[in-house]
Write a new protein. Structure first.
Length: 285
């Protein structure tokens, strides 16, 4: 199956990034948001990202213009009817995702493949909300999407070989490196990463070291590009808490249990870069 036209549900940080790489890679791309204001904000984010790539010499102005010419915005699900693939990148909430896919299922042509960019929910939970569970996969991109090379491609026990193989080929057309992941909460990366981040918070709670020293230790001692607390602030403490709660509910293992300090910081509004303060201060954010 050849994927030519791609629909993207959501034009937030992840959705905008996914739409950008699809349009840059030659795919006609339709991105859908809930309102005109959210759509305008998301499309402006894509424009800024492409302009920045041109300024840095990573993209020719002509290629930017071609990418923008392949990109369409809409607030109507019906406009995705002719898509070959629809990638969902909305709020990380099971019921909202299920409701969206139920509605989408009646609008989009039957051969189309559906995919979710969820980072913590299982794909089977979403696939069974549709009449095409055999044509449903997980495509977990990483932030920032235009930069990060990895995509976790997730197949369920219901996913057909045809849909899975088409998803792998599609990721390669984006210049990404796909890896195969089973349909377990957190897939590969978050199943390993989240316990590491939570354990860093526990180490801080127990007085093992300061925020700065734990970060420096992991950077200089293990070669990580950033320490766990820098990464937590970048991802968002609220996002980390939400993912950890989902994974703990799935596995019931202590390593996935959110530490008290994480819960307290989220309650206090210290969410990381997005709020201006997390484990570090982020002036001007």
């Amino acid at each position: 199956m050849k994927i030519k036209t791609v629909g993207v549900l959501g034009c937030g940080l992840m959705g905008a990034g996914i739409a950008e790489v699809c349009a840059k890679s030659g795919h006609d791309t339709i991105v859908r948001e809930l309102s005109e204001s959210l759509l305008d904000k998301g499309l402006a984010r894509i424009h800024r990202s492409l302009d920045k790539a041109v300024e840095k010499g990573k993209l020719e102005a002509e290629e930017r213009d071609k990418a923008l010419g392949r990109l369409t915005g809409t607030v109507a699900l019906a406009d995705l009817a002719g898509c070959d693939l629809v990638i969902e990148a909305i709020v990380e909430n099971l019921e909202e995702k299920r409701k969206t896919f139920e509605a989408l299922d009646g609008e989009v042509q039957k051969p189309a493949i559906f995919a979710s960019n969820t980072s913590s929910l299982t794909i089977t939970q979403l696939a069974v909300a549709t009449q095409r569970p055999d044509r449903f996969v997980g495509l977990h991109f990483f932030n920032p999407v235009p930069v990060m090379k990895l995509v976790e491609v997730v197949r369920t026990i219901l996913t057909s070989d045809e849909a899975y193989d088409a998803a792998l080929v599609f990721c390669r057309t984006l210049g990404k490196e796909p890896i195969a992941a089973r349909d377990n909460s957190g897939f590969i990366v978050n199943r390993l990463l989240v316990p590491y981040l939570l354990d860093a918070i526990r180490a801080l709670e127990e007085g093992v070291g300061s925020v700065e020293d734990i970060d420096k230790g992991m950077q200089l001692g293990t070669g990580y590009p950033m320490g766990p607390f820098t990464l937590l602030d970048f991802v968002g403490l609220d996002t980390t808490l939400y993912i950890a709660e989902i994974m703990f509910d799935e596995y019931r293992e202590k390593r996935f249990a959110p530490p008290p300090l994480l819960k307290q910081m989220v309650t206090a509004g210290r969410l990381g870069r997005k709020s201006g303060r997390g484990f570090y201060d982020h002036p001007g954010k």
